[in-house]
Design a protein around this ligand. Structure first.
Ligand code: PEP
Ligand code: MN
Length: 469
């Protein structure tokens, strides 16, 4: 991790005095905050965050509490978490078709995983708020010209001009609006019968019968079909099959935005981030004494921390102490993103030491971020086989330790993009240029996502059998 940068400017009294807004959301301002944009005009920032502080939160405290309960089941090995979506959402991408395609893909994956795990699958999108990105360098140089790096639509624009790249706090308001519109669609889709289990399975049928990659999963698809008929025959109500419980999450990166949407709830004035149900701290902002960990320590949402290959057991134990001092089940999830090789050597020590201290932590595999590289043609990409390999090793480590491989965190899209290599369609480096559309990291396309779900379902089915010596 890079060294911690400067402390953030202190809040004015007016910032925290807004109704429903909590002063506890501002303690982070005393501490160094990594990866914050250099907003050029503090007065505009104050005006925008003041507006945001008066608007309704996007999620309810009760929903966050319910998700915490679901994640407690994940930590106990009684549920499996599927968490995925774009690396970076864009404002232009917040369309009904794109949101629908992502939701459909995630639900299709969830049906397959539910069957594989024989457990409930907790569904969380990287969606409705995933508009800000940490960057490895603050600037980008092209043809001798240096401009601020693109930090996501919440901060600046991707075009390589000074106008686009100058951070604009008014974009935070657009982030709120795009998140609200996306969540509104998700709530409508998931309660209106568009996302029934049988429907999602019918979509999977298409993948299995129509694509060469899908055909190897015919037997599994047949089993799922029989199970669905069995459930209907048992009288499981249409309502239960028709509604999907779905949650929204994003990296809680921009602390000015998160603080403005922080609210209190309940008779004891508990503090919640109102921007999404599940927020996580990224690999680049997890300094234990930094502003992000401080902000996250004050909110009651379920939260996650990404752990890269350099994370030590002491780091992880530090997060447990600071972020979950009362060891609340489901409160803390570790999202491991070490890379296909490192995970084998680095993960066991962390899991063992953390489990001794807080057995109710959930462990989730992000097999994407440790396996990224740039092709000679200049495309940032990942190999499907590396993604599979890290996932398999993650499962093996947990199996050997007798702990629970709790879930999968992935970057995917519902569209037919060409961003990751391999999979059933055997995408090659030369194919990447055809539909390389991501605003940041490479995503699995629709078919690669389904294929991954079938492969992980096979791993889940063998999860309970003893490890081979
Ligand atoms: C991300 O999730 O897009 C990301 C930046 O990941 P990480 O913090 O794990 O590098
Ligand atoms: Mn990413």
């Amino acid at each position: 991790m890079p060294p911690s940068p400067r402390a953030h400017s202190p809040a004015t009294a007016a910032d925290s005095a807004t109704a429903g807004h909590s002063a506890a959301a501002d303690s982070w301002r005393r501490l160094p905050a990594a990866q914050q944009p250099a907003w050029p005009d503090p007065a505009v920032l104050r005006e925008v965050t003041g507006d945001l502080a008066r608007l309704p939160a996007l999620v309810l405290a009760e929903e966050c509490d319910r998700l915490r309960g679901r994640l407690a089941a994940v930590a106990r090995g009684e549920a499996f978490l599927l968490h995925g979506g774009d690396c970076a959402e864009t404002f232009a991408g917040a369309t009904a078709d794109a949101v629908n395609a992502k939701l459909r893909t995630l639900l299709q994956m969830a049906v397959v995983l539910t069957h594989g795990a024989a457990l409930p699958v907790v569904k969380v999108g990287r969606i409705a708020g995933q508009y800000a990105k940490p960057r490895s360098r603050p600037t980008e140089t092209r043809g001798g010209r240096t401009l601020p790096a693109y930090r996501g639509d919440a901060v600046n624009g991707p075009g390589f001009t000074a106008a686009e790249r100058t951070p604009d706090p008014r974009r935070l308001r657009r982030m709120y609006d795009a998140s609200a519109a996306t969540l509104n669609l998700i709530r409508a889709f998931t309660t209106g019968g568009h996302t029934s289990l049988t429907q999602a399975h019918a979509w999977n049928r298409g993948f299995v019968t129509d694509s060469p990659a899908g055909r190897r999963y015919v037997a599994l698809a047949d089993e799922i079909e029989r199970s669905l008929r069995f459930m209907t025959a048992c009288g499981v109500s249409a309502h239960e099959l028709d509604t999907a419980e779905f949650y929204a999450g994003h990296e809680g990166l921009l602390l000015d935005y998160e603080a403005a949407l922080t609210r209190t709830a309940g008779h004891d004035d508990r503090v919640y981030a109102g921007s999404g149900h599940l927020l996580w701290i990224g690999e680049r902002t997890r300094a234990l004494d930094g502003a992000h960990v401080e902000y996250f320590s004050r909110i009651h949402n379920p939260i996650a921390v990404k752990l890269g290959p350099d994370a030590t057991a002491d780091d992880a134990l530090g997060y447990v102490d600071k972020l979950n001092p009362h060891r609340v089940p489901g409160r803390l999830t570790f999202v491991v993103r070490m890379g296909a090789d490192a995970v084998r050597h680095r993960l066991p020590d962390l899991v063992e030491k953390v489990t001794a201290e807080d057995p109710a932590v959930a462990w989730v595999c992000d097999p994407m971020h440790g396996n990224t590289f740039v092709t000679p043609g200049g495309h940032k990409t990942r190999r499907f086989d590396d993604i599979l390999s890290e996932t398999r090793t993650f499962f093996a480590v947990h199996r050997a330790l007798g702990t629970h491989a709790g879930g999968l965190h992935i970057e995917f899209t519902g569209d037919d993009v060409t961003e990751c290599l391999g999979g059933g369609d055997a995408l090659l480096a030369d194919d990447l240029h055809r539909r390389y559309e991501t605003a940041c990291d490479p995503r699995l396309n629709h078919r690669q996502s389904l294929e991954l779900a079938f492969r992980v379902a096979e791993m889940l089915r063998t999860r309970s059998t003893p490890p081979t010596p």
